[in-house]
Write a protein that binds this ligand. Structure first.
Ligand SMILES: [Zn+2]
Length: 382
C-alpha cells in the first residue's frame, strides 16, 4: 500500500467552484469523431448520458467487499484525480480472480489502519481490471456530481478521487493493461465530474511520498495527453508545478532542500563528479544542501542552496560513448527512471548509448547519442 497519510474524518476546507463547466467539456467531447454519438444538448446534459462510455467496473459487492465499518460521507467538490501505486509486488497475476484478491487485501490493509473502508475510490489490477474501492463510489458515478470522501491523500480527501494501481513503479512501469485501464477510467471520470486533464495528479504532488513511483510519475503528462485524446482533445500543456518533484514546463526543474527521488539522486552523483563528497540516497537533506552551496560558491553562482537552471547547467557534463564516472552514473539513474534498465556502473558503453538514443528519440531530440544540456534537461524535467 502506498504510504498514504490520510485519517478518515479530518474536516477539510471545501471548495465551491469547478475548473471548467460540464457543458463546456461536453461540447468539446462531442466535437470528436469516433466516440459514442448522443443526441441533442438536453440529452448530453442529462445524468447518465455520456460521450465516453463507462468502463467495466467491478463493484464492491462484485468482489465481495466487507461492509464499511462506519459511515461514508459524500463530497460534491471533485478537483483532483490522484494516481497512486500500491507499492505492492509486481505480480504476474493478471486474472479476474487475482483482481478480486488484491481488492480484498487492500481493504484489509486499510481496516488495519483504522479506516472505515478501502481508502481509494478505484483499484486497477495488473490485468487491467477496474474495481470499486470505497463503498458508494459507483453510487457517486451514477449521480454524476458527488463522490465519497476517501482516505488516500492527506489534506485533500474531500476534493480528490483516488486510484490505486497494483504494483510498485519505483523502477518499473505499469502493465499495458493497467495503463489502458487508467486512461479509460480517468477519461470517464473527467467527463463525469467535469474535470480537465490537468486535474490528473500524482500522490507526491500533495505530500512527501514516493507514490506513484519514480518510474511512473514522470509519465503523468503522457497520461494527461492520452486521456485528452480519448476526450477528443490534443496534447495539453502541463499544469504549473508544485511540491518537491514538479511537473513543469520549464526546461530544468527546481530541486531544493526536502526534495526526494531520482532528480536528487542524479544531483548527488553530479556533485560527486564535481568533487563534492556526499552520500547518494535520493534525499535532499542538510548534507546535500551544504554540498550544493559549496558547489555554487566554487562556480561563482548565487549561493542559495536551491538547484535551478544555472546550477544544473554548471553541474551537467557533456557525455558520450566511452565516458566514465559519477556523471555517467547520474545519467544511467535518470534513464532508468525513464523506463530503461541499465546497470548503474558509471561506464558509458553500448547499452547506455542505445538507451540515450531511445530517450532522445522519444523526446523528439536530435538522436546523436551525445548527452549535452538539452538531453540532461529533458532527463531531469517532467
Ligand atoms: Zn499514494
Amino acid at each position: 500500500m502506498c504510504d498514504a497519510n490520510n485519517a478518515d474524518g479530518i474536516p477539510e476546507k471545501t471548495e465551491t467552484k469547478r475548473g471548467i463547466s460540464r457543458r463546456g467539456l461536453f461540447t468539446g467531447v462531442l466535437g470528436a469523431a469516433g466516440f459514442l454519438a448522443v443526441g441533442g444538448a438536453s440529452v448530453v446534459n442529462a445524468p447518465g448520458a455520456f460521450a465516453v462510455s463507462r468502463p467495466s467496473i467491478i463493484s464492491t459487492s462484485g468482489w465481495g467487499a466487507a461492509a464499511a465499518r462506519g459511515s461514508i460521507s459524500m463530497s460534491s467538490t471533485p478537483r483532483n484525480i490522484v494516481v497512486h501505486h500500491m507499492a505492492s509486488s509486481n505480480s504476474t497475476g493478471t486474472s479476474r480472480s487475482a483482481a478480486l484478491a488484491i481488492a480484498k487485501q487492500v481493504q484489509g490493509w486499510h481496516f488495519a489502519n483504522g479506516w472505515v473502508d478501502t481508502g481509494q475510490h478505484f483499484s486497477v489490477s495488473r490485468g487491467g481490471y477496474i474495481l470499486e474501492g470505497r463503498h458508494r463510489t459507483i453510487e457517486g458515478l451514477n449521480n454524476g456530481n458527488v463522490f465519497p470522501v476517501g482516505a488516500h491523500v492527506g489534506g485533500h480527501n474531500s476534493t480528490s478521487l483516488g486510484i490505486e494501481t497494483e504494483g510498485n513503479f519505483m523502477s518499473t512501469q505499469p502493465t499495458t493493461a493497467e495503463w489502458n485501464a487508467l486512461v479509460a477510467l480517468i477519461a470517464y471520470l473527467c467527463q463525469t465530474y467535469g474535470l480537465g486533464v490537468n486535474s490528473i495528479k500524482g500522490h507526491r504532488d500533495f505530500g512527501s511520498t514516493s507514490c506513484p513511483g519514480d518510474a511512473f510519475y514522470p509519465r503523468l503528462q503522457e497520461l494527461r495527453n492520452a486521456v485528452s485524446e480519448v476526450l477528443g482533445g490534443g496534447d495539453v500543456p502541463p499544469p504549473p508545478g508544485d511540491g518537491d518533484d514538479p511537473v513543469t514546463s520549464q526546461p530544468w526543474p527546481l530541486v531544493k532542500n526536502g526534495a526526494r527521488g531520482f532528480r536528487v539522486t542524479g544531483l548527488q552523483r553530479l556533485l560527486k563528479h564535481h568533487g563534492q563528497s556526499l552520500g547518494v540516497d535520493g534525499v535532499f537533506g542538510s548534507e546535500s544542501l551544504a554540498r550544493v552551496r559549496s558547489f555554487q560558491k566554487a562556480k561563482g553562482l548565487v549561493v542559495d542552496g536551491a538547484v535551478g537552471p544555472k546550477t544544473w547547467k554548471a553541474l551537467s557534463v557533456l557525455l558520450k560513448n566511452g565516458a566514465r564516472g559519477n556523471a555517467v552514473s547520474a545519467l544511467q539513474g535518470i534513464l532508468n527512471s525513464r523506463g530503461q534498465s541499465l546497470a548503474v556502473d558509471g561506464s558509458f558503453g553500448p547499452a547506455t548509448l542505445t538507451a540515450v538514443k531511445s530517450f532522445q528519440k522519444a523526446r523528439g531530440l536530435a538522436v546523436d547519442g551525445v548527452v549535452g544540456d538539452v538531453t540532461w534537461a529533458h532527463g531531469l524535467r517532467a
